[in-house]
Design a protein around this ligand. Structure first.
Ligand SMILES: [Zn+2]
Length: 132
């Protein structure tokens, strides 16, 4: 599995063969952030130090900015196609509500993705040597 696919599907950064999360379901609020202590396949420590995932907040911030830019581009495109009436300065509420709605709907995925990106940056891939 490629690094990109493993990151997007929240696989262990070391072996890319098991989920990082205890509960694979996205919209389960009580367990959304529960990361496994160790990978169930290769036993790599997925929480190498206290507060390891605090840095994922920076990734989350970047993803949130990207989301809002994507919403703006989508609204401008819909306006250009004549589907809606939209301009950034004349319809700020449309932009605000669309951005908030989109952010809320994709929040579980983005939350986990930011942690996944962070762990893939800092936990090295061990290839096929990681089999126990
Ligand atoms: Zn693993």
């Amino acid at each position: 599995m490629s690094s990109l696919k493993a990151t997007l599907t929240f696989q262990c950064p070391a072996c890319r063969k098991a989920s990082m999360y205890e509960n694979p379901k996205l919209y389960t609020w009580s367990s959304i952030g529960k990361t496994k202590k160790n990978c169930s396949h290769c036993h790599t420590d997925l929480q190498p130090e206290p507060g390891f995932y605090f840095g994922a907040a920076y990734v989350s911030w970047a993803l949130t900015v990207a989301t809002w830019v994507a919403v703006l581009v989508a609204l401008k495109t819909f306006a250009a196609l004549g589907w809606i009436e939209f301009a950034f300065l004349t319809h700020p509420i449309t932009f605000l509500l669309s951005g908030i709605f989109t952010s809320l709907v994709i929040f579980p995925y983005m939350f986990r993705l930011s942690r996944s990106i962070w762990s893939h940056w800092f936990i090295p891939f061990q290839g096929n040597e990681s089999h126990p």
